[in-house]
Design a protein around this ligand. Sequence first.
Ligand SMILES: [Zn+2]
Length: 207
Amino acid sequence: MDGKYKRKKSGILTVYAGCMFAGKTDAIIEKIQDLSQKNKSILVLKPKIDSRSGSSLIKSLTGKCWLAKSVSSSAALIKCIQSPRKFKYLFIDETQFFSSRILPAIDAVLNDGIDVYIGGLDRGFSDHNLPVMNQLMALADVVIKYFAHCSLCNALANKTQRIDKNKKPIAPHQIIRKNSDLVGGTDEYEPRCRQCYIAFSWSKKSH
Ligand SMILES: [Zn+2]
């Protein structure tokens, strides 16, 4: 080493994690707005399966929204972020819908000096781990956990309860739609604290 060797700058991975209604997408949109005002080159991606906010928008529950490219699969996401890259900042919202296959591609983006911001649920409505989010949280330089307020007692909530029209909790095996563990209208979920969350054991039907 002659002392002139310059280390390449790595990107920083920030994960915004938590239950539904916790303000993750609000925080992501605020960060995008901030970078956008500085004329930074930004790519915003979201999964196509999440159609709650329209095909080309990420939208927070408080009404903030931003244009996003909708991608249909983990393979499509990888294609969008692989080299050559025209963006300097990468945002992915609702990341829990993708698989762990995206991790090496995100790692390559970070190695190229690009900052990455990830938003997503850290646990599903049946309180199980969501591997891709858990792995990204382990890989992250910064993890910010968001909490909602419990719909029953107003305490801090870190769990998402799936509910029916009568606001009764639904067990995983009662849901039969594909990917229904994660997709649904906001009226189909409630934030719950640890005390008020109703846990269901996984039945054979749910596997
Ligand atoms: Zn509660």
